[in-house]
Design a protein around this ligand. Structure first.
Ligand code: DGY
Length: 324
C-alpha cells in the first residue's frame, strides 16, 4: 500500500516504515502547499501526517481514497473526527510518549514566569543590569506550598501535578470532564468546579484537549476571577486563551504572569503586543521537542501505520467507533 509521509521522522520510525507491504511516498521538500499536500494524499492509501495540516471536511472530500491517518502528535483538534469516523477512516495519535516532555515544558514555563526569566535575560543582554540594587524592582513569586490548578488532568496534567508536588509540595486541585481517581489517590489531588479552580489556584496550567466549545474559555471574565498573584500556563492549544484579554490582564495586574508554549496564531507574529510585556514567557510550541519524545512519537506513529497495513487495529486508535 502507498503511505504518504510529508516529513522525515526520527530513524526508529523510518526503519519501521521500511516494510515489505509499504510503498513510502516522501516528497523531496519540507514545506508543501495545500495543493501539493492534497495531490500526494490523492495518490496514497494512508498518511503519516507530521505537523498541523488541517484535515477538515474538504480534505476528506478531496481524498476519498485515504483509509488511515497516523498523526505525529497527541492533539487532534486539526482533524474533523466526525467526518473521518463517518467515512470509516482510522485515525491514530501519539499519546503517552510526549507526556514527560510536555509537562517539563509547563513546569519550566511556570518557574520562568514566577521569576520573570525572559525579561531578566533580555535585561542582561541589552546591558540593563544596573549597579543600583533596588529591593522593590521586578520581584517574582515563590511556589513552595502554593496551589496548582490543573485544567484537564489526563496524562500530561498528571505529570505536571506530580512534578509540582515533588518539587514544591504544591497542593493540587483540578478540573476535568471526569474524576481522575488515580491522581486523587496518588497525589491527593482534589476535584473542584471550574469557578473554584479560577478563584483558588495560584498557578493554573492548561492540559485539556481543545475543542471549539472551549474557545476563549480564558478571557476577561475568567481572568477577573483569578487571584492577582496567579500564573497562567498553557502548553495545550492557543485557542483556550483570548490573547487580547490576556494582554489587558497582564498590563493591569489582574493576574501576575503567563507562560505560553502555544498561541492563537502560530508562529506568533513578531509584532504581537504580548512580546512587549515583562510578565510573560513564550516558547514556539516546543512541548514535545526532546529527542526522547520525538523518537517515541516516530515509533508510535509508524507502528500505527504498520498495524493498519497488516490489517490490525491501530494501537492508539482515536476513533474505535469505525469498527462498530
Ligand atoms: C501535540 O503532539 O499535540 C503537540 O502539541 C505537538 O503538536
Amino acid at each position: 500500500m502507498k503511505v504518504f509521509l510529508n516529513k522525515r521522522i526520527p530513524t526508529i520510525g523510518m526503519q519501521l516504515l521500511h516494510h515489505k507491504d509499504i510503498e513510502l511516498i516522501l516528497p523531496n521538500k519540507d514545506e508543501l502547499s495545500r495543493e501539493e499536500w492534497l495531490s500526494y494524499c490523492q495518490k496514497s492509501d494512508a498518511i503519516l501526517s507530521v505537523g498541523k495540516v488541517n484535515l477538515d471536511r474538504d480534505f476528506f472530500e478531496q481524498c476519498p481514497n485515504i483509509k488511515a491517518i497516523a498523526l505525529y502528535s497527541v492533539g487532534y483538534d486539526h482533524v474533523d473526527i466526525a467526518e473521518a469516523t463517518a467515512r470509516k477512516v482510522a485515525l491514530s495519535n501519539t499519546p503517552d510518549v510526549l507526556s514527560h516532555a510536555t509537562a517539563d515544558t509547563a513546569f519550566l514555563l511556570m518557574q520562568m514566569t514566577a521569576r520573570k526569566a525572559s525579561f531578566n535575560l533580555e535585561k542582561v543582554k541589552k546591558g540593563g543590569w544596573s549597579t543600583h540594587f533596588n529591593p522593590l524592582a521586578h520581584l517574582g513569586q515563590e511556589l513552595h506550598g502554593k496551589t496548582i490548578g490543573i485544567f484537564g488532568l489526563g496524562r500530561i496534567g498528571y505529570e505536571m501535578a506530580k512534578q509540582c508536588k515533588a518539587a514544591f509540595n504544591m497542593k493540587i486541585i483540578y478540573h476535568n470532564r471526569s474524576r481522575n481517581e488515580n491522581a486523587e489517590r496518588e497525589l491527593q489531588a482534589t476535584y473542584v468546579s471550574f469557578e473554584t479552580l479560577l478563584q483558588t489556584a495560584d498557578v493554573i496550567s492548561i492540559h485539556a484537549n481543545y475543542t471549539p466549545k472551549e474557545h476563549y474559555l480564558f478571557n476577561k471574565d475568567t481572568f477577573a476571577k483569578m487571584k492577582s498573584n496567579a500564573l497562567l500556563i498553557n502548553t495545550a492549544r492557543g485557542g483556550f486563551i483570548r490573547e487580547s484579554d490576556l494582554y489587558d490582564a497582564l498590563v493591569n495586574g489582574v493576574i501576575f504572569g503567563a507562560g505560553l508554549d502555544v498561541t492563537e496564531q502560530e508562529p506568533l507574529p513578531v509584532n504581537s503586543p504580548l512580546l512587549e510585556l515583562e510578565n510573560i514567557n513564550i516558547f514556539p510550541h516546543i512541548g514535545s521537542a526532546t529527542e526522547q519524545a520525538r523518537e517515541g512519537m516516530a515509533k508510535v506513529a509508524a507502528e500505527n501505520i504498520v498495524a493498519f497495513i497488516e490489517g490490525k487495529p491501530m494501537p492508539t486508535l482515536v476513533n474505535p467507533e469505525i469498527y462498530s
